[in-house]
Design a protein around this ligand. Structure first.
Ligand code: MGD
Ligand code: MGD
Ligand code: SF4
Ligand code: MO
Length: 738
C-alpha cells in the first residue's frame, strides 16, 4: 500500500473547507477525509457532506464510460465514437435548422469546477444559441441583475463581512444548513456565535423558524414573496426617521432622492397585512439596525426565487447603501480574488439585456440566457422555431426547474439530446448519449468562483489525487473536444486560441503588463498545461501576482501551500471596483424601478387566502444529486410537508400521515410533519427529490429516498419580471387530507 497525505478544499459547497485526505495511490482508494486543522479558513471544520466527492467516486452506478441509447437500452460506447457522434449530430442539426435549434442547460456543479468554468465560455460563445438556460435563473439571477445595474458587473456581489458585523440581519437564507451562499464561510455556526460573543445580535426574517433562526436573537415570520414590501417599508422608515446616512458612498452614488417618493406608498403600517410583520416590529428592527455600530443586511435565495426577486435583492443593497453599510467593515463588502476576475475591464461591457426574446412568449434574454422556467415551453414549439437538440452540462433540470415533468416530456420529442453528466438520472435518462467526466478526485481544482464570494480573501489549490482510468476525460476536455470537432478545428488549435485570447484580454485590462509580449507570457508559463496554465496567468497578472517577473504569487508557489494562502480580511474597494461608466452607482435604475408599479398593484390587491409553498434544504442533501449515496440517502424521510399545527388541525392532518398538495401544475401526496416552526398559511417541501422516473441508474435514490419533486408543483408560468427568475417560493397550493 502506498499511502499519501493530500490537502485540498472540499468541492461540494461554497464554503470550500480545507480537507486532509489519506489515500492509497496504488489502489486508487481514499482511506479517510477529515477537516484540515491547519487550514486558516476552516480550522478543521467539516460538515457531513465532506465525504460526498469520495462516495461519488466510489459509487458503482456512476458512469465511467460514455453510453448510447440503442433501442431504448443503454450501451457503453468508446470515447472516440461518443465525441465524434455528438459533434457530428450537433453540427448537422445546426447546419440544417440554424443555431437556435440547439438548446443548452448549464447546471450548478460547474461552479465548483475551475477548468469547466473557464473553457465552457468558448463552447457557449461558438454555439451562440439564443436558447441557453442555466440553474442561475432558479437561483441568484436577481442578484446578478441588480449588481450589474448598480456596480457594472453582475458577478460583483456584496458579501456580508460576517466576522466584523455586530448586527447580522439574514433574510431568505439558512446558512446553518446551506453553509452560506454568496457568503462562503466555513464553519458558519462558530462565526455566528462569535457575533454574539462580541456583543452583537442576529435577526432572521423567514417564513420558517430555521436552524439559523434557532441560533439567532430574534426571528420574524414573513409571508413568502413579500420581502420587497417589507424592505420598501424599511426604506420608508429610514427616510421618516432621518436615518439616511450613506457617508462616503454619497460621493459616487446618484438617485438617492428618488427613493423617498418611491417608498412613500409602503409605510410600515401599509405593508403589515401583506407581509404579516406588525408595523411596530419593523420599526423596532430599523431602529436597532441604525443603532448598531456595524450592521449588515443579507438576503439570499429566498429573496431571489420569489415573485419580486429583483426588487427584494436590490432593496437589500439599497438599504446597505442608505445606511452607509456597503463597502464598509462589518457591512457588505467585496472580496479581492487572486485571479482578479471581478476587477473592472478597461472598457466596460454593455449590459446584455433584452437583445433577443424567447420564441414562445417573447420574454427578454439576460446575460445571454433565457429563464430556465421557459425551457419546456421553448422545446415544445413546433415549426419554424422548433428546438431540435438539447445539451445538458452537469445539470438535472427535470428535478431542479419548475414543472420538471413537462421538461422531461418535451425532451422526448427532440431529435438529439446529449448529457455531459456521470449519472443516468431523471434528466440524462432522456438523452441519446451521455458522456461522463472524471470526478473531483481525478482532476485538479481551484475555488475560482468562491474567491469572489468569500468572507475573507484566500487562494487554495486542490491537486489531482488519482489518475483517471485509461481514456477518461475531464469535463473541460470533453467540452473542448466537442467544440473543436463541431467547428472543424483540432483541440490543440482551439486551446491555443483561448490562451492567446486570455493573454490579450489581460493585457488590455492591465497596463502594467503592456511591456510584455504575448510570447513572453507564454514562455514564462510554459511549465503548466491547459487550465492550469490559464490559472497561472491569471494569478500572476492578479493583484497579489508576480506580474511575470519579480516577487508575488504564482501557481507554482500556491502549490507549495497545501493549507491555502490567507489573503487577509475584506477591504473597502469602492469606487475603484465599480465597473459602471463613470464609476458611479445609479441606486435607482429604470429596469428595476420599472417593476414598482407591479409591487404597488400587489399591495393594493392585498394578501390572498391561498396556502403558500416554500422550499427548504437539509444538511445531507445537495440539490438533487447526492441521493444515490447510501450514507446521505438513508434515515428518516426528509421529503416531508411541513405545516403549522393550526393549519393541520383545520385541514384534518396528522403528523406522519399523508396530505395531498395541489397547485396549478401538479397534484401529489406527501408525508406530513407538523411544526410550529412554520408560519401559519405556509407549507414547506424540499426540492431535489422525485427519483421516480423509469430507466434511471440510481437504485439507491429510487429505493431509499424517492420522494416527490417539489418542482412538479412549482408553476413554470410565474417568474420575477425583470430577471426571469423562477418563483419557487410562495407557490399557491391547496392542501387536503389524503
Ligand atoms: N423548488 C426549488 N428548486 C430549486 C431550488 C430551490 O431552492 N427550490 N434551488 C435551485 C438552485 S439554487 C440550484 S443551484 C439548482 C440546481 O440545479 P441543477 O444544477 O440543474 O441540479 P443539480 O441537482 O445540482 O444536478 C447536478 C447534476 O450534475 C451532475 N454532476 C455533478 N457533479 C458533476 C461532475 O463533476 N461532472 C459532471 N459531468 N456532472 C456532474 C449530477 O449528476 C447532476 O445530474 O436547483 C434549483 N432548483
Ligand atoms: N445542505 C445543502 N446545502 C446547500 C445546498 C443544498 O441543496 N443542500 N444547495 C446549495 C445551493 S446550490 C445554494 S444556491 C445555497 C442556497 O443557500 P440559502 O440561500 O441559505 O438556501 P436555503 O437553505 O434554501 O434558504 C432559503 C431560506 O429562504 C426562506 N424563504 C423562502 N421563501 C422566502 C421568502 O419569501 N422570504 C424570506 N425572507 N425567506 C424565504 C426559506 O424558508 C429558507 O430558510 O445552498 C447551497 N448549500
Ligand atoms: S460545509 Fe461545504 S465545503 Fe465544508 S465540508 Fe461541508 S460540503 Fe464541504
Ligand atoms: Mo444554487
Amino acid at each position: 500500500m502506498t499511502t499519501e497525505t493530500i490537502y485540498r478544499s472540499c468541492p461540494t459547497c461554497e464554503a470550500s473547507c480545507g480537507l486532509v485526505m489519506e489515500v492509497d495511490t496504488e489502489a486508487k482508494q481514499v482511506i479517510s477525509i477529515k477537516g484540515d486543522p491547519d487550514n486558516h479558513r476552516s480550522k478543521g471544520y467539516v460538515c457531513a457532506k465532506s465525504q460526498a466527492f469520495r462516495y461519488i467516486y466510489e459509487d458503482p452506478e456512476r458512469l465511467t464510460k460514455p453510453v448510447k441509447k440503442v433501442d431504448g437500452q443503454w450501451q457503453e460506447i468508446g470515447w472516440e465514437e461518443a465525441l465524434s457522434e455528438t459533434a457530428e449530430r450537433l453540427a448537422a442539426i445546426r447546419e440544417q435548422y440554424g443555431k437556435d435549434s440547439i438548446a443548452m442547460y448549464y447546471g450548478n456543479p460547474n461552479g465548483h469546477n475551475f477548468s469547466t468554468q473557464i473553457y465552457t465560455q468558448m463552447f457557449i460563445t461558438l454555439l451562440n444559441t439564443e436558447r441557453f438556460f442555466s440553474a442561475g435563473s432558479v437561483d441568484q439571477q436577481p442578484r446578478n441583475l441588480s449588481c450589474e445595474l448598480l456596480y457594472g458587473n453582475g458577478w460583483v456581489f456584496p458579501i456580508p463581512d460576517i466576522d466584523h458585523t455586530d448586527f447580522f440581519v439574514c433574510m431568505g437564507g439558512n446558512p446553518m444548513v446551506s453553509q452560506g451562499s454568496l457568503m462562503s464561510a466555513p464553519d458558519i455556526g462558530s462565526r455566528l456565535k462569535a457575533i454574539q460573543q462580541r456583543g452583537g445580535k442576529i435577526a432572521v426574517i423567514d417564513p420558517r423558524r430555521t436552524e439559523t433562526a434557532d441560533v439567532a436573537d430574534q426571528h420574524i415570520f414573513i409571508r413568502p414573496g413579500t420581502d420587497a414590501f417589507l424592505l420598501m417599508a424599511f426604506v420608508n422608515e429610514l427616510f421618516a426617521t432621518h436615518q439616511v446616512k450613506p457617508g462616503r458612498l454619497l460621493d459616487f452614488t446618484d438617485g438617492i432622492e428618488k427613493l423617498e417618493p418611491l417608498s412613500a406608498p409602503f409605510s410600515p403600517s401599509a405593508v403589515a397585512a401583506i407581509t404579516g410583520v406588525p408595523a411596530q416590529r419593523l420599526r423596532q428592527l430599523v431602529k436597532e439596525f441604525c443603532a448598531a455600530s456595524a450592521p449588515v443586511l443579507y438576503g439570499r435565495i429566498g429573496l431571489c426565487t420569489q415573485q419580486f426577486g429583483t426588487l427584494a435583492s436590490w432593496l437589500v443593497d439599497v438599504i446597505n447603501i442608505l445606511t452607509g453599510r456597503l463597502d464598509a467593515k462589518g457591512g457588505a463588502m467585496f472580496p479581492r480574488p487572486a485571479t482578479a476576475h471581478n476587477d473592472p475591464a478597461a472598457a466596460p461591457p454593455e449590459l446584455g439585456y433584452n437583445r433577443w426574446q424567447s420564441k414562445a412568449r417573447g420574454f427578454p434574454e439576460y446575460m445571454s440566457m433565457l429563464p430556465a422556467s421557459l425551457m419546456a415551453e421553448e422545446m415544445e414549439l413546433q415549426g419554424e422555431h422548433q428546438v431540435r437538440a438539447l445539451i445538458t452540462v452537469a445539470g438535472n433540470p427535470v428535478l431542479s426547474v419548475p414543472n420538471g415533468k413537462r421538461i422531461h416530456a418535451a425532451m422526448e420529442k427532440l431529435d438529439f439530446v446529449v448529457a455531459f453528466d456521470f449519472y443516468i438520472n431523471e434528466t440524462t435518462s432522456g438523452a441519446d448519449i451521455i458522456i461522463p467526466s472524471t470526478t473531483q478526485l481525478e482532476h485538479s481544482n481551484y475555488d475560482f468562483m468562491f474567491t469572489s464570494t468569500c468572507v475573507r480573501n484566500f487562494a487554495q489549490y486542490s491537486p489531482k489525487t488519482f489518475e483517471p482510468p485509461e481514456g477518461a476525460l475531464d469535463q473541460w476536455q470533453i467540452i473542448n473536444e466537442v467544440t473543436a470537432r463541431m467547428h472543424g478545428m483540432t483541440r490543440a488549435d482551439l486551446e491555443a486560441m483561448m490562451l492567446d485570447g486570455m493573454i490579450a484580454q489581460l493585457q488590455a485590462n492591465a497596463p502594467e503588463l503592456a511591456h510584455l509580449s504575448v510570447e513572453d507570457i507564454k514562455q514564462k508559463t510554459a511549465g503548466h498545461d491547459g487550465p492550469e496554465r490559464l490559472l497561472d496567468i491569471m494569478l500572476r497578472a492578479g493583484p497579489y501576482g508576480d506580474k511575470f517577473c519579480g516577487n508575488g504569487l504564482t501557481l507554482a508557489q500556491l502549490k507549495q501551500e497545501p493549507h491555502g494562502i490567507d489573503l487577509g480580511p475584506l477591504e473597502p474597494r469602492f469606487p475603484e471596483l465599480l465597473a459602471t461608466k463613470f464609476k458611479r452607482i445609479d441606486i435607482a435604475p429604470d429596469i428595476i424601478t420599472g417593476d414598482l408599479p407591479r409591487l404597488r398593484a400587489a399591495l393594493k390587491k392585498g394578501p390572498g387566502d391561498r396556502m403558500l409553498l416554500i422550499g427548504r434544504r437539509h444538511i445531507r442533501d445537495m440539490n438533487s444529486w447526492l441521493h444515490n449515496l447510501n450514507n446521505y440517502a438513508r434515515g428518516k424521510n426528509r421529503c416531508t410537508l411541513l405545516i403549522n399545527p393550526q393549519d393541520a388541525q383545520r385541514i384534518g392532518l396528522t403528523d406522519g400521515g399523508m396530505a395531498r398538495i395541489r397547485s396549478r401544475v401538479g397534484e401529489f401526496a406527501a408525508e406530513v410533519a407538523i411544526s410550529d416552526g412554520i408560519m401559519p398559511g405556509v407549507v414547506s417541501l424540499p426540492h431535489g427529490f422525485g427519483h421516480t422516473y423509469r430507466n434511471t441508474q440510481q437504485s439507491v435514490a429510487s429505493t431509499l429516498t424517492p420522494g416527490i419533486s417539489a418542482n412538479d408543483l412549482v408553476d413554470d408560468n410565474e417568474m420575477d419580471v425583470p430577471s426571469g427568475t423562477s418563483v419557487v417560493n410562495g407557490v399557491p397550493v391547496e392542501i387536503t387530507a389524503a
